[in-house]
Design a protein around this ligand. Structure first.
Ligand SMILES: C[S@@+](CC[C@H](N)C(=O)[O-])C[C@H]1O[C@@H](n2cnc3c(N)ncnc32)[C@H](O)[C@@H]1O
Length: 417
């Protein structure tokens, strides 16, 4: 664990030397934009061939659950039937457009630094509108506007069609850490996220978990660690500045660019300056375990093909060929089979063997470096406006997702390739 005092000292120094940091700000954001611009948008069929098909679906499931939960909370703190306006900060190619549609929002503003991604995002939206208009029973789809902007440098309020727009929810998924290249960039990003939120609205997101990243670095023999699907490389094992703490991140076929460590307490302090309070911070492991028992989230797990079936169905190959990547699942299957054998009558013997939904160890290691967060904007007098509709259970101990047993689901709902 990184020493808290070490960071606190640094945070105080850093606040004192804010002006100096701004002048010295390096600039890797264009490199990041270039990286995302040149990423090919793959169709569903091609995505199925990806080695990290389930990992991507798992990350997508986390976003869906997080977005669904906070859209619901945002709705609850408003008069019924009032409109919902959302900011998708660093929207990428529009990976969350369907989530916004499903959430029945009314207006969406999308912004990202990568121009090609924004174009593709807009095209996906217009395709969605077009498909909907051809539908026998077309639905009401949200209005949207799209902006190419460095959200760590540009004040978005100045580029919205209506600068007075206020948001019910601001979502920044897998992106905020890029602006921790410098204090000024992180501050502009945080201001964009918070300043136009209405009281009772939420700022939600997902970022790499700085603690976990440094914990793994400390355990590594050198400045690099990872497995067959991801790799993280630092220049230094001891020095973790609050901003511009750069590492390179590689994720099979999707990411290969510089990223910046986010020290969470510092991020919280920055957000709190906008009359916000932290409502939730959870590692993906805890988030998964806490939502596993909610029927809606559990149903989505299967529908989104989030977990790989183990043992695989006849004729289906496992995603990973790395030795030991399914050891955890094998152990669990044997345990389930032993339990089944001791409980079942002789007439039941010979039933279908136990099957699980799981992620390969390599994919689990890659996804479990992330955490999810949510902040709420308070009223001017500091009171909380949200209604606690469904308090989330206490974070459970970190467990791998082999604990989800496909046996509990109707066979047709189990994840299948
Ligand atoms: C991993 S992608 C996530 C995209 C999208 N939020 C999602 O979840 O599908 C990271 C995104 O952050 C964007 N990004 C990075 N730095 C940015 C900045 N300074 N301003 C706006 N967008 C940025 C990239 O262009 C890229 O689209």
């Amino acid at each position: 664990m990184v020493s808290k005092h070490f960071y606190e000292r640094q945070y105080n120094n850093c606040v004192a030397s804010m002006a100096a940091t701004e002048q010295d700000a390096p600039d890797l954001s264009q490199k990041v934009a270039q990286h995302y611009n040149q990423l090919e948008e793959k169709g569903v069929d091609k995505r199925k061939d990806s080695r990290i098909f389930y990992l991507r679906n798992f990350n997508n499931w986390i976003k869906s659950v997080l977005i669904g939960e906070y859209l619901k909370k945002a709705r609850l703190s408003k008069p019924r039937e009032s409109e919902l306006t959302i900011l998708d900060l660093a929207c990428g190619k529009g990976g969350d457009l369907l989530k916004w549609r499903k959430g029945r929002i009314d207006q969406l503003i999308c912004a990202d630094i990568a121009a090609t991604s924004v174009e593709q995002c807009e095209k996906r939206y217009t395709d969605m509108l077009e498909r909907n208009s051809r539908d026998r029973r077309p639905q009401q789809i949200f209005h949207a506007e799209f902006h190419t902007a460095d959200c760590g440098r540009v004040r978005l309020k100045d580029v919205y069609r209506n600068p007075a727009t206020t948001f019910d929810l601001v979502s920044c998924q897998f992106s905020l850490h890029y602006t921790f290249e410098s204090q000024s960039q992180a501050e502009v990003m945080v201001r964009n996220a918070c300043e136009s939120l209405r009281p009772g609205g939420f700022f939600i997101g997902t970022i790499p978990d700085g603690y976990e990243i440094v914990r793994r670095l400390r355990e590594a023999d050198d400045c690099s660690y990872g497995n067959s699907v991801y790799k993280i490389t630092f220049n230094d094992k001891e020095d973790f500045p609050l901003f511009n703490c750069q590492y390179s991140f590689y994720l099979e076929g999707v990411v290969d660019c510089p990223e910046f460590l986010v020290y969470f307490p510092l991020f919280v302090k920055m957000v709190e300056q906008y009359n916000m309070r932290l409502v939730c911070r959870k590692t993906f492991a805890d988030f998964f375990n806490d939502h596993l028992h909610c029927p809606e989230s559990r149903g989505m797990l299967a529908r989104m093909h989030t977990l790989e079936t183990y043992p695989p169905d006849a004729g289906v190959e496992l995603m990973s060929s790395v030795v030991g990547d399914y050891e955890h699942a094998e152990l669990k299957v044997r345990q389930l089979e032993a339990e089944q054998t001791s409980e079942e009558s002789s007439a039941d013997r010979g039933r279908r063997p136990a099957k699980l939904g799981t992620l390969s160890k390599s994919e689990w290691e890659a996804t479990s470096i992330y955490c999810a967060f949510a902040f709420e904007k308070l009223a001017d007098d500091g009171t909380q406006l949200s209604v606690d509709d469904n308090p989330t259970p206490q974070a459970s101990k970190r467990k791998a997702p082999e604990q989800y047993s496909a046996e509990d689901e109707p066979a047709k709902a189990r994840p299948r390739l």
